[in-house]
Design a protein around this ligand. Structure first.
Ligand SMILES: *Cc1c(COP(=O)(O)O)cnc(C)c1O
Length: 413
């Protein structure tokens, strides 16, 4: 059963008629409050307030204000998180910051990650290695099954381990506390990507003694397409960077201690603002902040219970209704090592998802063969789950996915 606390949120979202939306792990739906908040920012603050709104509407502090709100959702304190840029850019800044924190240990030249990590995470590390050729960074991207042994073997030479807590394909979840402790026992730093964790289940960065983290706000957070992402750095590390006078990872004017002094010399600001770069996108921030204000009223443990109800039910429904159609579960059966998604593998995965979308059941496909369904308990019901499984059975039974219109691929899958 889903609690009435969680079920009550559905009416706060705009959900198109006839749609069962199981893709909130890729783009969260529109909260009704967001449309009004963006309209106010456009018409009143931009339209009438013009440039004065940087001060009068406090636009200038939006990254920090939203960062402090995000901090409460990920088990961090005010001043440890800031909303800015994209997750990809924030990964770049966080990896550079990890290297800066390891400045006294130049022998630590390894970055470890999971070969199945989201590609942008791996691409950013590769680009950094090529950019910092003088530091001869070595990348070790290994299978999940080899993660612990790799950290044990190479940890003493490792600067930072970068992992996404929940695998974007399978939904399998790393044990944040245990992995962080293992990495730190070797003297390395731990960088978590929370793209599929934030607002999917309770995250406790400080209780896990996390060093650095990044995350995405347009998935489970419902911050809108292209919403500002975020960075987390533990206070102890911010203090170390401040004491050492370490420069900003990207030394734009918003990371300057006094941007409006227009000093030709860069002087880094203190605290989490060191991660900001340039002018924040205020319309996106208006959308993000509206969703964050809603999230701050949600009981995350109740959210998690509802997520487990929905994911377990979907697995059970698909396995009973769609037996014999060649769909194999890619997600762990143990709810304790699962995020808030369920994935199945099938060679015709892409076309099956297209056939489901034509029926109003929106999931997505991830190459090579993963059908992915996200469960966002604030607006997905148990009835949605049952209906989605029925549609999947009908698509498999009728083999309608073989129709040519379902086989043409768009740029975004
Ligand atoms: C969605 C996602 C991203 C997205 O990065 P952008 O810079 O926002 O495009 C990054 N990492 C992971 C693990 C993701 O799931």
């Amino acid at each position: 059963m889903i609690s009435t606390h969680i079920a009550g949120y559905r009416q706060q979202f705009f959900i198109p008629d006839g749609v069962i939306y199981l893709d909130g792990n890729s783009l969260g739906v529109l909260p009704k409050a967001t449309a009004a908040a963006v309209a106010k920012t456009v018409e009143q603050e931009w339209g009438n307030g013009l440039i004065c709104s940087w001060n009068t509407a406090d636009w200038v502090n939006a990254p920090r204000r939203c960062g402090d709100k995000i901090a409460r959702l990920i088990g961090a304190n005010a001043g440890e998180a800031i909303a800015c840029d994209s997750t990809s850019v924030n990964l770049f800044k966080s990896l550079l910051t990890a290297l800066a924190l390891q400045v006294k240990a130049p022998e630590r030249n390894v970055i470890i990650s999971d070969i199945d990590n989201f590609p942008t995470d791996l691409y950013i590390a590769q680009g950094l290695r090529d950019l910092l050729a003088s530091r001869t960074l070595e990348l070790k991207f290994v299978k999940r099954a080899e993660m612990e042994s790799t950290i044990a073997a190479f940890g003493a030479r490792t600067a930072v381990v970068m992992l996404t807590q929940v695998d974007y394909r399978t939904g399998e979840r790393y044990d944040m506390k245990a992995i962080t402790a293992l990495v730190q026992s070797k003297g390395a730093l731990m960088l978590w990507d929370l793209a599929h964790s934030t607002c999917a289940f309770p995250v406790e960065l400080n209780a896990c003694n996390a060093d650095l983290a990044v995350g995405c706000s347009y998935k489970y957070v419902n911050g809108g397409p292209g919403a500002p992402a975020f960075v987390f750095a533990a206070k102890r590390h911010l203090d170390t960077l401040d004491a050492a006078g370490t420069s900003a990872p990207i030394s734009g004017w918003f990371a300057h201690e006094a941007p409006f002094a227009f000093d030709p010399l860069f002087k880094v600001t203190r605290g989490i603002e060191r991660f900001t770069v340039g002018t924040p996108p205020i319309l996106q921030f208006a959308a993000l902040e509206a969703s964050l204000d809603m999230w701050l009223t949600v009981d995350m443990h109740a959210l998690r219970s509802a997520s487990v109800v929905l994911t377990e039910r979907f697995i059970a429904e698909v396995e009973s209704q769609c037996a014999g159609f060649g769909l194999t579960l890619a997600t762990p059966r143990g709810a304790d090592i699962r995020g808030s998604q369920v994935s199945f593998r099938h060679a015709e995965g892409y076309a099956i998802i297209q056939a489901l979308i034509a029926r109003g059941v929106i999931g997505d496909f991830r190459a090579p063969d993963v059908l992915r369904f996200g469960f966002t308990p604030l607006y997905v019901t148990e009835d949605d789950v049952v209906q989605a499984a029925r549609h999947l059975r009908e698509v498999m039974q009728s083999r309608e996915y073989l129709r040519s219109e379902f086989r043409a691929r768009g740029k975004v899958t």
